[in-house]
Design a protein around this ligand. Structure first.
Ligand code: COA
Length: 159
């Protein structure tokens, strides 16, 4: 029998800054979500250099996270991830909207991201949030065999 879904009340879903102490929990979510996950060192570097790193905290449980860099008028969404048992409940959109609002408030004019063309769930999320394809980075991603291209998506951030 399938495990019951967690009882989630949106009111207790809180986006807060990622802390060093969160990294092992974030890494567990990352490792379960991706075939080629980021290393612990990448998350720690993102915190160290001051990227916008946020976790989705549901009653003390890390249900997802988002990471973004900003500079020269451009925001780069580097990672958006929701733990599998919390997916398809609007949390990915919530994290993405939070990051875009931060970028807009910081004066960024555009947001960019890379996504695997095979990641249809993420592409639908990004396109429904106003991102459009603007290019391809050849062989950007590790793949089971060889490399996979990345689609580059862009969204204008209105003032
Ligand atoms: C991509 C991801 C972050 C989406 O998070 P989520 O919380 O499940 O997404 P939401 O519930 O907020 O859904 C937002 C939109 O995304 C799209 N979407 C999400 N899951 C989908 C799925 N399984 N199939 C198709 N579209 C999907 C839909 O357009 C959805 O809008 P709708 O509900 O109005 O139709 C999540 O699937 C995930 O963490 N995947 C693994 C990590 C990953 O690939 N991250 C992106 C790297 S570029």
């Amino acid at each position: 029998m399938a495990a019951a879904s967690p009882d989630i009340r949106p009111a207790i879903a809180n986006i807060r800054p990622m802390l060093e102490l969160d990294v092992p929990y974030v890494l567990a979510v990352e490792s379960a979500a991706y075939q080629f996950p980021w290393s612990e060192g990448i998350f720690r570097d993102c915190l160290r250099v001051g990227y916008t790193c946020r976790v989705l905290d549901i009653g003390g449980d890390i249900a997802g996270y988002g990471i973004m860099s900003m500079g020269a008028g451009e925001a780069h969404i580097l990672n958006v991830c929701v733990r599998s048992e919390y997916q398809c409940r609007g949390f990915g959109r919530k994290i993405l909207s939070f990051l875009l609002e931060r970028a807009r408030a910081a004066g960024m004019q555009e947001a960019f991201l890379e996504v695997r063309p095979s990641n249809s769930a993420a592409i639908r999320l990004y396109q429904s949030a106003g991102f459009e394809p603007v290019g391809v980075r050849r062989g950007y991603y590790q793949a089971a065999v060889g490399r996979e291209d990345a689609s580059v998506l862009r969204r204008v951030l209105l003032a």
